[in-house]
Design a protein around this ligand. Structure first.
Ligand code: SF4
Length: 289
């Protein structure tokens, strides 16, 4: 069996930076203890587990808001995750007397800046993203004038007020965003559309489209919570028509998936440690068929 390694894959610059910030903070003995991370620093359990072993305390509960997670904490340092955090949470961290460290990716802040700039100019904002994802929550929290659109069908249910400025979650699918843009353009006249999928996401998605030619099966290594990993799976299935599975590690490989497979491709999300992907590649390469 041929194992095709798709590149680029794995950690992006924003993830490297966020993980590095947590590690450096843990080593910085001048920072007040404990060191909390608000939300998964990046969406990968292996990364979070490693940082926990090093001493970080991740505060995460999908049913509890970030504001509620920190409301009773009055001692220590709080690191904000790479996905961005709403301003009210930052204010609460500071008013509780905690030390604030921000690991938000610059590409997420670019989107926030463009939202704020267009709100000041009087635009209503359409944010194309995934509901209840921390990056989306942080963007929606900027103003009630930021309206979430997740799917094409949402545009049939929601009537938007012009003028409209359209932006999006950085890890959205390049395949799904185009028809949403086209439909908005058809429905509304006074509209500015920007496409703010980050380069790390775009390059990984395009690499799947290019790399999956003549491939029988594809593995994406990533966490089920990782939006960019799930979108790699979606693109692989929908655009390249390749049977594809999201796996967290080599342990999730089901050999029955590989029956009759001559070429298998492997890629990984922007929050997946290279070690996990390499173990998958090594295992597949060792198979004799
Ligand atoms: S996927 Fe994009 S937005 Fe998210 S951390 Fe990486 S570079 Fe930043």
């Amino acid at each position: 069996m041929i194992v095709k390694k798709i590149t680029p894959r794995g950690f992006c610059k924003g993830v490297y930076n966020a993980v590095d910030i947590v590690k450096k903070s843990l080593n910085d003995l001048t920072l007040p203890r404990p060191i909390y991370v608000l939300g998964f620093i990046v969406h990968n359990k292996a990364v979070v587990d490693e940082l926990t072993e090093l001493g970080a305390i991740t505060l995460d509960d999908r049913l509890t808001s970030r504001l509620d997670l920190i409301k009773d904490i009055t001692k220590g340092t709080v690191i904000l995750s790479a996905h961005g955090t709403d301003e009210a949470v930052k204010e609460k961290v500071l008013s509780n007397g905690l030390t604030l460290i921000d690991a938000t990716c610059n590409d997420v802040y670019k989107t926030h800046d463009s939202i704020k700039e267009h709100l000041e100019k009087g635009y209503n904002i359409v944010y194309i993203g995934k509901n209840n994802h921390p990056e989306t929550n942080a963007s929606l929290a900027i103003s009630p004038k930021v309206i979430l659109i997740e799917t094409l069908e949402d545009l049939d249910r929601i009537i938007l007020k012009e003028p409209i400025f359209v932006t999006n979650q950085t890890t959205f699918s390049i395949n799904d965003i185009k028809p949403i843009h086209e439909k908005i353009e058809k429905l509304y006249k006074n509209v500015i559309i920007t496409e703010e999928i980050c380069n790390a996401t775009r390059f990984r998605q395009n690499a799947i489209i290019e790399g999956n030619k003549d491939v029988d099966f594809c593995y994406i290594v990533g966490d089920p919570r990782s939006n960019n990993s799930k979108n790699l799976v979606k693109i692989s299935i929908e655009v390249t028509k390749t049977p594809t599975k999201l796996i967290e590690s080599v342990k999730d490989i089901d050999l029955t998936d590989l029956q009759g497979v001559k070429t298998v491709s492997v890629s990984s999300g922007a929050s997946t440690p290279n070690k996990l992907t390499q173990e998958v590649i090594d295992f597949l390469t060792s198979l004799k068929n």
